[in-house]
Design a protein around this ligand. Structure first.
Ligand SMILES: O=C[C@H](O)COP(=O)(O)O
Length: 242
């Protein structure tokens, strides 16, 4: 399948910086061997959606599980779709840790995203303690089982928590093993659709390690944090996906 390189900008950038970064990404997008998705902070989505000639897909970093209601400070999936997002990252470990999101909460959000016509990018991944205890595969299997609804259609991102923003990555063999586990789980539950589901790797992906990681079986792209804030690095990662 054609790789997907997604950038999670997290809580970075003024409007002016966001527009400049998106323009630089857009300027380098033609001819790459991967599709591109950028996920800026909510507030920047309208400006980026309005960019002329845009070929880079736009996503948000979270949504609420409810369609509307008394939820101060939250944003619904339909609102995101309305302002031009097509994707939404859900269950990122920073949301799970900072906002107490459980697998059940993540599943409710995935359902809301699907109902609104957004493609969910569902994040799973073990902590360092879980990896050291030999529980990484079991944790990921459980997160998939409990975070995905039966009608799931979307993208999975495997992000070992201890690799996010740390400059550390699992070995290639460890990445391949977890991605194989994820593929097995998806195929067992969703059949052919599971075979065609993108499984992204995330966690300290950089231009220097992207080629080796993206060449692994069942690694269908990347979810890039820090390096997605530098257009040249983000584009270099995408170029490595051939
Ligand atoms: O969503 C992206 C990830 O959390 C990876 O972040 P990172 O590339 O800065 O390690």
């Amino acid at each position: 399948m054609r790789p997907l390189i997604a950038g999670n900008w997290k809580m970075h950038g003024t409007l002016r910086e966001a527009v400049a970064l998106a323009e630089a990404v857009q300027a380098g997008a033609a001819g790459l061997p991967a599709d591109l998705l950028i996920c800026p902070p909510f507030v920047h989505i309208p400006a980026l959606a309005a960019m002329a000639g845009r070929t880079v897909a736009l996503g948000a970093q979270d949504c609420h599980a409810a369609a509307k209601g008394a939820h101060t400070g939250d944003t619904s999936a339909a609102m995101l779709r309305d302002i031009g997002a097509t994707h939404v990252i859900l269950g990122h470990s920073e949301r799970r840790a900072d906002h107490g999101e459980t697998d059940a909460v993540v599943q409710a959000k995935v359902k809301a995203a699907l109902a609104a016509g957004l493609v969910p990018v569902v994040c799973v991944g073990e902590t360092e303690a879980q990896r050291l205890a030999g529980e990484a595969e079991a944790v990921v299997r459980r997160q998939l089982a409990e975070s995905l609804p039966d009608d799931f259609a979307g993208i999975i991102a495997y992000e070992p928590v201890w690799a996010i923003g740390t400059g550390r990555t699992p070995t290639e063999a460890d990445i391949a093993a977890i991605h194989a586990t994820i593929r097995d789980s998806l195929v067992a539950r969703f059949g052919a659709a599971g075979q065609g589901t993108h499984i992204l790797y995330g966690g300290s992906m950089k231009p220097g390690n992207a080629k080796a990681i993206l060449a692994l079986a069942n690694v269908d792209g990347g979810l890039v944090g820090g390096a997605s804030l530098v257009a040249a690095d983000f584009l270099a990662i995408a170029a490595a996906a051939e």
